[in-house]
Design a protein around this ligand. Sequence first.
Ligand SMILES: [Fe+2]
Ligand SMILES: [Fe+2]
Length: 367
Amino acid sequence: MPQTILLLDDEPDNTTLMEQTLHRKLDGVATVSFNSPRAALSWCTDNEPDLCLIDYRMPEMSGIEFMVRARQNPRFQGIPMVMITGMDPEDVRPAALVSGATEFLSKPINPAEMASRCRNLLVLRQSLREQRDQVQRLGGEVSEAVHGIALRGQEVIINRLVRFSRARDEETGGHMHRMAFLSELIAREIGENREYCDMLLLAAPMHDIGKVGIPDRILLKPGRLDSADWEIMKTHTTIGYDVLKESDSSLLNLGAEIARSHHEKFNGFGYPRGLSGESIPLAGRIVAVADVFDALVNERPYKQAWQPGDAFDFLRRERAKHFDPQCVDALLKRIPEVMDIEHEFSDARTGKVGVVTQLSRRGASGG
Ligand SMILES: [Fe+2]
Ligand SMILES: [Fe+2]
């Protein structure tokens, strides 16, 4: 069977040029080209390429967002992905690596370099595939473990951290995806640049990571918390900040800022520092809207799901009180996309994977 390379670039001339180069220089390789990331993603639901070449800068969604979405499909975790960028790779490298880029190619593309990189990655892919098939034959737990090691080309630290924190909390994986994509949507609507939006998409799920430091007797307590316990619960913000702060990673630093500021309120009545207005970091103001909105419209162990209209009204009422007005307006301007995100990552579709979901009958509002 020929190996298939997926080519994604919003410029048709670029995909044509790549196709021609690959067919000329690599024997027996099939290509499938897309100029729209959404079209490529829908093809990916039923097909499995052996290698993806992805443009970084595209109008519909960035190459990073494409990779994050594609890699949600477990079958895509072992597929090499090359990010093509006209920028200095150092500027996009941190976010690209976390989202799963295997390699980088610079624009303008050097055909010989592209062909030899692709050849190497296809050999790697082939051997991973054979390894995977062999491992699957072994069956059972051993297979799972080896499979995981073989296919995971790199450590996706953020995912691990989030999964680790979620293991003790009632949050579903769906909530983390939804609130991250909603945060990214708000950031885009208020005019933040692509790099910032990508970083926010990856950092937002770390907002509640500090809950790993909250004792079980409080985190899992059914019913309302008394004021002493509530004071302890509130420290998940500063614990998260302490865990993530002061690293060399700009992503972890953004995660730290979000962890500390996502419960601040625009009017100054939030915690932990009681900051108000624009003294609250922008990422915290954005995540606050996304996190609370998603918590409202979804069922939690302690509450029914609200109707979207009621949740939008709540945001309107809390505009300039709990929430930054520009973030509320941004979300309200993009209601169809908001509902798409809610649908795409609904708990019914993604499964309620929170380990403690069944144990916990209570959660702090807004997560
Ligand atoms: Fe929180
Ligand atoms: Fe949350």
